[in-house]
Ligand binder design. Structure first.
Ligand code: ATP
Ligand code: MG
Length: 769
């Protein structure tokens, strides 16, 4: 065994890494090295004599970011050459990859669309309307949650209808039509060649269940399956893991029941509790030493989680320094809370020389970010924010993407409805309604009905007919173009020829300007994506490739390695698995944290407490908690009281606020509070920046279309091992080796911030420094 393992792991971690005789479960508190164990275990499996090939290993993580970080860490151990072939990613991304390869088995094509939450809600709304149901009774969001819950329990419409009492409970009387909506929704997604996020799990399960030969192929390929954050898997995910590993029993999962925070998405804390029953030969490893946080932070977190009844008791200790008590701040208003946090950050930076990236502000709901953004901006403190409206959810971006989707899969119903009359081409709602009924009556897609109006009895006049055929020809011309154009060329063409760019350039209002800029950023993003894929050796990047890449982006994925020195603002949910030197947990008020949704459910309250445990345990050196006495919510000022969770922490580990400070805060805070109301009559969500480190390399204009002013600095011939280079995207790196000649010449480069990468020199965008 490589000596590194012994030096870099403690005894229990080492035992968990090297145990290879059957199923294993690592159950341990926050910061005890569970993710580290998984990472080292993979490296260990690869390095053993007669060991595993990278494609024999399937590692499932909670975010793409976690997968990327693990891969980079493993690459340092075994080289990128091997690490790149690991099957590592989120459940959704890995399963969508499998489904694209095997789509024909389950009646889809490999170009299937992935509906995001907004698409599926819009489809449900349309179905509810078509069925003549009342949207007030059948709220699309509620219906969506019911269907999602059914899917996460692997219940298809047939199963749902057969056992509706079990699935509907007290809802049955209130919403008797839910199962019919579900059936229709299911059929419509199929007709549209679309899957929603939950379908990615359901269809993978069905694929493996109904096609044993396919299951056998993947079971033979994935000789070892590893899962991080196992406490947050739902029934569907857990069942697929079981399908893959039941026979060979080579499975290792790690998790912490105290950090189970996704029951609203169907995650079941029992999965971890039952693991040993499902795999009777499981070897259980417990890790007790926390390597992340000071003793004070660990003890405070322990004292908090003890208050939960449902938990596996564990001892967690830290041998790091004792550290400072957890500071509690009381603010008069939410605005003052922002100021207090920003001032404290400035103070800590002065005192300890921390970088900005050493700080995180964690909140319960996305809407809380605005106050902190303002406080930070006022002091010119750089920050990055996750959540709110992501780039790909903005209207103008969704419009463009809808064109892309329709070109790749013309049956995509949501994309169709979105753009059939955008930009305006005189096709009204009545016509769209007729297309929908014709399609539904004949069980075909909207596109099919549009293409053959006579066959499907579409009752429209001549003028409308001409407009519809105009739209059809436009889309078909793009479909033809796909054969010899890459994603970037397609993107720029579509934006121009569809009339979108004309539409946003109609006037120079600030809204349109910002829409235009966003579309330009999208084009840059596509260009960037193509260039990156080329560097990696895939010269032909299609629109389908680009769509698959963005369909499963989550908020956290916008964190690129070169995102620079910035403070992180995020919800506690998205902070899971991460760590920061200094953490501020804010908004600790009743009805906010714990959330007002808890009501008097003890289970829900325990989940909120686990969420608070996750928040505190992100901190390595300093942790601060704050609350405000008044807060602007839902358009009015509310008075709050401190969260009960503050009382759950042993006071011994806290530094409580001084009353003297409070009275001063009242006066100052009130003034600022009023001023802020005048400045910001409405809450606004400030979206994160584009989720790639985009460089402006092209412009789009209505007259001449896109002109790629390629910024490729192909002047990298003659690069040698040992040289330092600076890459446009990955920053500084050292050339490790150069192989091949001519067009095939490639370099392996170790980047300071982005790990090891192999780049084809022909396409590489870096300069020697
Ligand atoms: P979480 O429950 O929050 O996901 P975790 O159990 O996955 O936490 P890791 O993130 O793997 O914990 O580890 C926490 C930190 O401790 C990391 O910075 C990791 O590198 C470090 N660490 C873990 N084990 C050791 C060790 N044996 N020696 C030194 N550092 C360690
Ligand atoms: Mg972890």
């Amino acid at each position: 065994m490589n000596t590194n393992y012994i030096e870099e792991l403690n005894e229990s971690q080492c035992a968990a890494v090297t145990y290879n005789d059957g199923p294993s479960l690592v159950i341990a508190g926050a910061g005890s090295g569970k993710t580290r164990v998984l990472t080292y275990k993979i490296a260990y499996l690869l390095e053993q004599e007669n060991g595993y090939n990278p494609w024999n290993i399937l590692a499932l993580t909670f975010t793409n970011k976690a997968a990327r970080e693990m891969k980079e860490r493993i690459a340092r151990q075994v080289g990128m050459e091997r690490a790149r072939y690991l099957w590592m990613g989120t459940f959704h991304s890995i399963f969508s990859r499998i489904l694209r390869a095997e789509a024909q088995y389950i009646g889809f094509t490999s170009q299937f669309t992935i509906y995001d939450t907004a698409d599926s809600k819009s489809l449900l709304r349309s179905i509810i309307k078509e069925m003549g149901l009342d949207e007030k009774t059948y709220k699309p969001g509620v219906v969506q949650a019911r269907i999602s819950n059914a899917k996460n329990h692997l219940v298809t419409p047939t199963g749902y209808a057969a056992n509706k009492e079990a699935y509907e409970g007290d809802m049955a009387a209130k919403m008797p039509a839910i199962r019919d909506i579900y059936t229709r929704y299911w059929d419509r997604c199929r007709q549209a060649g679309a899957m929603d996020f939950d379908d990615l799990l359901v269809y993978t399960y069905i694929l493996f269940r109904d096609f044993p030969e396919v299951l056998a192929r993947y079971r033979d390929q994935f000789r070892y399956v590893l899962v991080d954050e196992y406490q947050d898997t739902n029934y569907a995910q857990h069942s697929i893991v079981l399908q893959l590993t039941k026979e060979n029993q080579r499975v290792c999962v790690v998790g912490d029941d105290a950090q189970s925070i996704y029951s609203f998405r169907g995650a079941d804390i029992d999965n971890i509790l039952y693991f040993t029953k499902i795999y009777p030969n499981t070897k259980v490893f417990k890790l007790e030493q926390n390597y992340r946080s000071t003793q004070t932070i660990v003890c405070a977190a322990n004292s908090l989680i003890e208050k939960n009844e449902r938990q596996i008791r564990k001892a967690v200790f830290s041998e790091k320094e004792k550290g400072e008590p957890i500071g509690v701040f009381q603010a008069y208003s939410d605005v003052e809370e922002g100021d207090i946090v920003a001032n404290k950050i400035a103070e800590l930076r002065r005192e300890y020389r921390y970088g900005y990236a050493d700080f995180a502000i964690l909140y319960r709901t996305n809407a809380q970010s605005r106050i902190f953004e303002e406080a930070l901006r006022k002091r010119s403190i750089p920050y990055k924010i996750y959540g709110g409206l992501s780039f790909y959810q903005r209207k103008e971006i969704k419009d463009v993407i809808a064109y892309f989707r329709l070109v790749v899969n013309p049956n995509d119903e949501e994309a169709f409805k979105r753009i059939i009359n955008y930009p305006a081409r005189g096709i009204g709602d009545t016509t769209v309604g007729k297309i929908i009924s014709a399609a539904t009556d004949h069980g075909v897609s909207l596109w099919a009905a549009l293409c053959e109006p006579l066959t499907y009895g579409l009752d429209i006049n001549k003028g409308t007919h001409a407009k519809l055929q105009g739209f059809r020809e436009l889309i078909e011309s793009f479909i033809v173009d796909q054969a010899d154009k890459n994603a970037y060329e397609m993107g720029t063409n579509i934006i121009r020829q569809s009339g979108i760019i004309n539409d946003v350039c109609q006037d120079t209002s600030p809204e349109n300007l910002s829409r235009k800029e966003n579309i330009e950023e999208l084009v840059n993003g596509i260009n960037d994506f193509c260039a990156l894929r080329q560097e990696e050796g895939n010269p032909n990047v299609s629109l389908t490739d680009f769509l698959s890449e963005i369909a499963l982006l989550t908020d956290q994925d916008s964190d690129k390695a070169d995102d620079g020195e910035k403070i992180t603002l995020m919800t506690v949910h998205s902070a899971k698995g991460l760590e920061f030197k200094n953490v501020f947990v804010v908004g600790l008020e009743e009805n906010l944290f714990p959330s007002g949704m808890v009501g008097d459910s003890p289970r829900a309250l325990e989940e909120e407490r686990r969420l608070f445990y996750v928040a505190i345990t992100r901190a390595e050196e300093h942790c601060y908690l704050s609350f405000a006495k008044t807060r602007f919510r839902y358009g009015k000022m509310e008075f709050g009281s401190p969260s009960r969770f503050l009382r759950d922490i042993d006071v011994h580990y806290l530094q409580l606020p001084h009353e003297a400070g409070v009275s001063r805060a009242v006066d100052e805070g009130a003034g600022r509070f009023r001023a802020s109301l005048q400045q910001h009559p409405k809450a606004q969500i400030i979206a994160p920046s584009v989720p790639r480190n985009l460089k402006k390399v092209s412009t789009v204009s209505p007259s001449n279309g896109a002109q790629a002013t390629s910024s490729t600095s192909a002047s990298v011939a003659g690069v040698q091992a040992g040289q330092m280079i600076e890459h446009e995207r990955f920053g500084l790196g050292e050339v490790i080796k150069v192989e091949g000649t001519g067009d095939n010449a490639k370099a392996t480069i170790h980047f300071k911030n982005a790990g090891d990468k192999q780049l084809l020199l022909r396409f590489a965008r870096f300069k020697v420094v």
